[in-house]
Design a protein around this ligand. Sequence first.
Ligand code: RIB
Ligand code: CA
Length: 315
Amino acid sequence: MAIPVILDCDPGHDDAFAIMLAAAHPAVDLLGITTVAGNQTLDRTTLNARRVCTVAGIHDVPVAAGLARPLHGEPIVARGIHGESGLDGPGFGEPTVPLDPRDAVTLIRDLLLAHPGPVTLVPTGPLSNIAALLLAHPGLAGRIERIVLMGGSTGRGNTTPAAEFNIVSDPEAADIVLSSGLPVTMIGLNVSHRAPATDEVLARIDALGTPLARICTELLTFFGAAYREVFGFAAPPLHDPLTVAHLVDPELITLVHAPVAVELTGTHTRGATVVDLDGVTGRPANAWVGVDVNAPAFWDLVVDAVRTLGARTAG
Ligand code: RIB
Ligand code: CA
């Protein structure tokens, strides 16, 4: 039985691969895609979601735009990593996938109410939309199976020394999600940095030889150059599709159950995910936290998704 999923994202190069993996793999029933401000402004992340769906041939999944700013504070963008468009690298034509007239929270609400069973939420951007949903519709919590999010880290951040981008973009939203009592799985930088998109991966995708494969290698080439420039990485970590890969293959990522707190007030640490791996705080565990990944198996899933969607759209 395929897992019903709503993907909330801020495309974003790695979000694009999360969308493709969720759409391609038979173990996932992608009910909807919602967008949030994050890697770029909301208008750009939303256009990018429509662009990805268009080039990947994903025409049966509603796309709705969500919050343009965090619950508190000012939005930040990651133009140094994702470029001015938020999806720099390939040239995209006009998207043919329309924007759903509903806002993200309304779409998620409607999908949760319409689905016969509980639905898994997969946020791969700031958690503003998910927090807004929980605040506006607390009665829908029973229709949420679990939340599998990309964000945070058991170690250092990537936006400040202490904080990862998705969390520090909207710390209050992350705190609401992690305090919700819902089953939360947190896949952070400590995992994604163990699965970089190496030249070998790019060569496997390029060898597929389809127009979609070419777009994917152009995305990864831009993303890799940005990671070399900004972080000195030899190859870029493709964070977001790890969430979907975990759903597809629960053995792929090693998880531990641990207390996770979001720092909201620290002058230097706001947005940090404080993960009590050693149980020293006495706090109850509130999340399953990723600590390792089977990188070859992950990349097999990603390459297979590009192969599947590329074959469908090759014309
Ligand atoms: O820190 C990495 C995360 O922030 C990824 O989800 C990336 O797309 C950005 O949203
Ligand atoms: Ca993202």
